[in-house]
Ligand binder design. Structure first.
Ligand SMILES: [Fe+2]
Ligand SMILES: [Fe+2]
Length: 418
């Protein structure tokens, strides 16, 4: 029977076609695979569904990647056993309805990006510069020329170049030297802060979300400092934390009322925001945020944090992502009291890093045998040494984050801007 009907087709309209297969171990010579390539010419979206009995052979991957090159292929398989290899980004769904929902979501996301491209912050000098800096061979003179057209940006660059971190003996007074001192990454981070300020003005009706993003930025960077990361890495963490929920801003810009539905649905049904977004829009804020960030020319580390900040499994060495996940999870859990992505398991890793950098732990003081007269003095020293050589407890992070956040909120920085 499968010889005669190696597959079935179902037209869903709107240029979406579903191809259903039932055979085991489908290889490149299977008729459905040749058909996929033909369908690609006629339809915008192909849903390749493996029926319960079907499975894919890894040899088909190169063809699938070609067919799905511009996001036009979705695979449906109810069980993970049916596709036992990495699909390299081709989306996989448990059922056809979810695949169709995603296609709908992708269309909405496309529309949002088009609309958002027309707003003020996307026409600023900061935006133009970020675009320019996508070119790895960009010259400082070119950056200087574009910057010089925006007096606010010039002031900001001079101010940043004269902060404690960059300050030299002679103050930085010209744009040319500011650009040189800041370096490409420093300028990029400054531009991202500048873009965020522009967003904050434009999206001023979204105070809570903006405050959440600023708090997350501050706490993520605080974690970076606490575990002793270097200043450039902390700078990266700060901007990644600042933009992590960029997709949510874009959703509410597109349809504020619909986005309110997302928030109340997630509270009522105890869903994560991402789950509720999937139901309402077909894609979540990580998907939309990645598209938006790429469109703006954001660096890879920012895109990666936007994409993965709700992932349960992450690279165990990615401290930038881990810091943002912890700050975001802490805020969601303890402050906003909404469904959150697991975060406190990373506290253990942070505590280990702190301990590994504690010299007193590496070389614990030798036990001393002293006379009775020195006993009192000795016990005081012991107390201090005990404190120094005590391992950092993962649970201590709760208190540290709370204290830091309280100070940040009291300073009013989260509500006013950077
Ligand atoms: Fe998020
Ligand atoms: Fe968040």
């Amino acid at each position: 029977m499968s010889e005669k009907h190696p597959f079935q087709l179902r037209d869903h309209g709107h240029k979406i076609i579903e191809l259903i297969v039932t055979d085991l171990d489908i290889k490149p010579d299977h008729k459905s695979i040749a058909t996929l390539q033909l369908l690609k010419k006629k339809f915008e979206q192909i849903i390749f569904r493996l029926d319960e009995s079907a499975s894919l052979n890894p040899d088909v991957l190169p063809i699938l990647l070609k067919v799905g090159e511009f996001g036009g292929l979705k695979i449906v398989a109810a069980s993970a056993e049916q596709v036992l290899f990495d699909l390299h980004g081709i989306p996989l769904f448990k059922d056809t309805i979810s695949a169709i929902q995603r296609i709908r979501g992708e269309k909405i996301a496309e529309k949002i990006l088009k609309q958002i491209g027309t707003i003020g912050p996307m026409r600023s000098a900061a935006y133009n510069l970020l675009q320019m800096m996508r070119n790895p061979d960009v010259k400082f003179e070119e950056i200087e020329e574009v910057t010089s057209k925006d007096p606010n940006l010039v002031m900001r660059m001079l101010k940043t170049a004269n902060t404690a971190y960059f300050r030299r003996r002679i103050p930085v007074e010209t744009l040319k030297s500011a650009v040189t001192y800041l370096g490409l990454e420093g300028i990029r981070q400054l531009l991202i802060h500048e873009m965020f300020s522009n967003f904050a003005e434009f999206f001023s009706n979204q105070r809570d979300r903006l405050a959440h993003m600023r708090r997350c930025s501050h706490l993520s960077a605080f974690i970076g400092k606490t575990i002793g990361l270097d200043v450039p890495t902390i700078g990266k963490i700060r901007v990644a934390g600042l933009l992590h929920d960029l997709g949510s801003l874009a959703f509410s810009f597109y349809d504020e009322q619909e986005y309110r539905k997302v928030i109340s649905m997630s509270r009522k049904e105890k869903l994560t925001t991402a789950e509720a977004e999937l139901r309402v829009f077909g894609v979540d804020h990580t998907y939309l945020g990645v598209l938006y960030a790429k469109e703006m020319g954001m660096p890879d580390y920012v895109v990666s944090v936007i994409e993965k900040h709700h992932n349960e499994f992450i690279d165990a060495e990615d401290l930038t992502l881990m810091s943002v996940i912890c700050a975001n999870g802490f805020l969601n859990d303890k402050i906003e009291q909404i469904q959150y992505t697991g975060y406190d398991e990373y506290f253990k890793k942070f505590a280990e890093i702190i301990d590994s950098k504690n010299p007193a732990l590496k070389n614990p003081p030798q036990e001393e045998t002293e006379t009775d007269e020195a006993d009192e003095e000795l016990s005081e020293t012991e107390e201090i040494m005990d404190e120094l050589t005590a391992s950092f407890k993962p649970m201590q992070f709760y208190g540290l984050l709370k204290e830091e956040l309280d100070q940040f909120i009291m300073a009013g920085v989260d509500a006013q801007g950077l």
